[in-house]
Design a protein around this ligand. Sequence first.
Ligand code: HEM
Length: 295
Amino acid sequence: QLSTDFYDKTCPNALGIIKGAVRAAVSNESRMGASLLRLHFHDCFVNGCDGSVLLDGDTGEKNAVPNKNSLRGFEVVDGIKAQLEDSCAVVVSCADILAVAARDSVVALGGPTWDVELGRRDGSTSSQDAANSDLPAPTLDLADLIKAFTDKGLTAEDMVALSGAHTIGQARCVNFRDRLYSENASLDSTLATSLQAKCPSTDGNGDDTTSPLDPSTSYVFDNFYYKNLLCNKGLLHSDQQLFNGGSADAQTTGYASRRGAGFFDDFRAAMVKMGGIGVVTGTSGEVRVNCRMTN
Ligand code: HEM
């Protein structure tokens, strides 16, 4: 039911407005591209791509474990929404803003482009429980990572391709401390030593200090995420699961060696698929005036 030309008549400037705002936000702070991409993922995995991640409220998704002190970019979305309301009031949904901003962020950082399917409506339920249960944790092993994605109608291959989003952005010490100290696994020792300096072993120390998910090229959307995995430089436990002697090794090796044809093509296809999870269309739901609250 989604279509790429959904706003062509009702808000012809919509895509231009979003693109301009994303470009400005990313040139102001490169990390914002990563933060906006992640917002769309966290939206889609919790009750479908319905803008629910944007709703304010103590009991909402923003305060779920994977999101609290972690998700960023809400102000950028507010700015985009305000511009859209000026141009064409109550037409462009917050869920669609996230889908387009995710694509424009990837493009702004040198990644592939794709046509975004549009026409999602905004939902009204912000479920903290669903966020806690449905968003994959960085402690998961390969089988559970695959399950988190197949539960959403995505394949193991989609999971490996979408994880390439970790070629940009940052993670907090609290999410990879065990990998530095208690996992006697594979982390490259030079990288481990440099990360330990910023992420002390004691819980509570430096928890929110961030390090790049892709230490090689952290502000470029490329295939270095996979190249790093081949050298045991995956920052999160879950990252290194994609190259650990298991079933994802071959795909990871392929993406590490061929850039455009492999990773980029699969990533764009998987993003379109992810963007279709549980969407609400037609006259169900609503188009929010303010992305932080229902109308
Ligand atoms: C495969 C399972 C995944 C797990 C376990 C996972 C986990 C995480 C964690 C723990 C962080 C760091 C958060 C923090 O420390 O505050 C993170 C960051 C990030 N994730 Fe994922 N993620 C996964 C898949 C994805 C997918 C599918 C996407 C998008 C398509 C994505 C995009 C990002 C981005 C861009 C960042 C950096 C955000 C920023 O710098 O603001 N992740 N992820």
